[in-house]
Ligand binder design. Structure first.
Ligand SMILES: *[C@@H]1O[C@H](CO)[C@@H](O)[C@H](O)[C@H]1NC(C)=O
Ligand SMILES: *[C@@H]1O[C@H](CO)[C@@H](O)[C@H](O)[C@H]1NC(C)=O
Ligand SMILES: *[C@@H]1O[C@H](CO)[C@@H](O)[C@H](O)[C@H]1NC(C)=O
Ligand SMILES: [Ca+2]
Length: 302
């Protein structure tokens, strides 16, 4: 048993080094050589940073232990490493700052890495961000996308992005999850949150059911329950109408983003920037938005 604890301790040490953003001299790792100097010992994927327009942008690279070789987008290479399925597990392994990191979210593809954004500070941290919108970025991501693009995810974790319905399903299907939504209103600048103790996105292949059915519940917050109306709905996009509006296609009609439209939307966090459809509304609230974020984490009780 002592040996097990020793190995676990060693792994924790390695992981906390690997997931740490700052090198000892205070700079961010730029390449595999820096990762190695920070204590890297295993072949695998790591986060490094490029400076673009005075902004540090995280990218994922693959480092080979032997020669510090750097390869982009290589699959696999997790053997011997303790890998995390979500940002909560990264937090348990020592990640304590907000920022990008690598998870292995797919149960069927345990060696397939994904660069994600983690929030390790809000309400105790452990959150994996599933979408971020922010109209203050220079180069805004287009959210008018096909069903396949929403399934796979798009955008850049350094800026605005949608993580993808396959990942959201994988993250929320493996255990009970909670959801944390934050918004900023476009005109007033007012901010607030919605917390759901329950959030789940079902599989794409629901047989007779629409794909990626979203269920949310047990709301508390400051902005009203904008998801209640959408709970139980499948996912629709400009090229796939799975909504409950018989007369037409909500996605086409409501700004072209993909969402769990019903007949059609109370909240929609994927509609175009600057449009009235990018909003969060409920029985007692109405916000047109400039910023929004959704993030999930396994419930404390599981
Ligand atoms: C750099 O910033 C300027 C001004 O904010 C912006 O117009 C330009 O698109 C940015 N370039 C890149 C590569 O992001
Ligand atoms: C803007 O983003 C697109 C898509 O991510 C990218 O191809 C393009 O190079 C970016 N342009 C600038 C100026 O950063
Ligand atoms: C979902 O939409 C697709 C494409 O519009 C359609 O073929 C499919 O039958 C829909 N599924 C359900 C259950 O509504
Ligand atoms: Ca319809």
């Amino acid at each position: 048993m002592k040996l097990t604890y020793y190995i676990l301790g060693l792994l924790a040490l390695v992981i906390s080094d690997a997931s740490g953003h700052q090198a000892e001299d205070g700079s961010s790792p730029r390449n595999c050589q820096n990762i190695r100097e920070n204590g890297f010992v295993e072949v695998g994927h790591y986060v490094v940073y490029n400076t673009v327009n005075n902004t540090e942008e995280a990218i994922m690279i693959y480092c080979d232990e032997k020669d510090g070789m750097q390869l982009m987008d290589k699959e696999g290479g997790t053997a011997g490493r303790s890998v995390a399925r979500n940002c909560k597990e990264l937090q348990d392994q020592g990640m304590n700052h907000d920022g990008p990191n690598i998870i292995y979210p797919y149960p069927d593809l345990p060696e397939t890495p994904l660069l994600v954004l983690c929030d390790q500070t809000t309400q105790g941290g452990g959150w994996t961000v599933i979408t971020r919108r922010d109209d203050s970025y220079d180069n805004l991501t287009d959210f008018v996308r096909t069903f396949e693009e929403y399934a796979a995810g798009f955008g850049d974790v350094n800026y605005d992005f949608y993580i993808g319905n396959e990942v959201i399903h994988a993250l929320t299907d493996s255990s009970l999850n909670e959801l944390w939504v934050t918004i900023e209103a476009r005109d007033s600048g007012e901010t607030g949150y919605a917390h759901y103790q329950y959030f789940h996105v079902a599989a794409r292949d629901g047989y007779a059911l629409p794909p990626y059915i979203m269920d949310s519940g047990l709301y508390e917050g400051t902005i009203g329950d904008g998801l209640q109306y959408h709970s139980g709905q499948g996912f629709s996009t400009i090229d796939q109408d799975n909504d409950s509006w018989d007369e037409g296609d909500c996605a086409w009609n409501q700004g072209d983003g993909g969402w769990w439209y019903k007949d059609c939307a109370h909240a929609c966090l994927t509609a175009p920037y600057g449009s009235g459809y990018f909003r969060w509304t409920s029985e007692d609230s109405w916000y047109t938005l400039s910023k929004a974020q959704m993030m999930v984490r396994p419930s404390a009780s599981t």
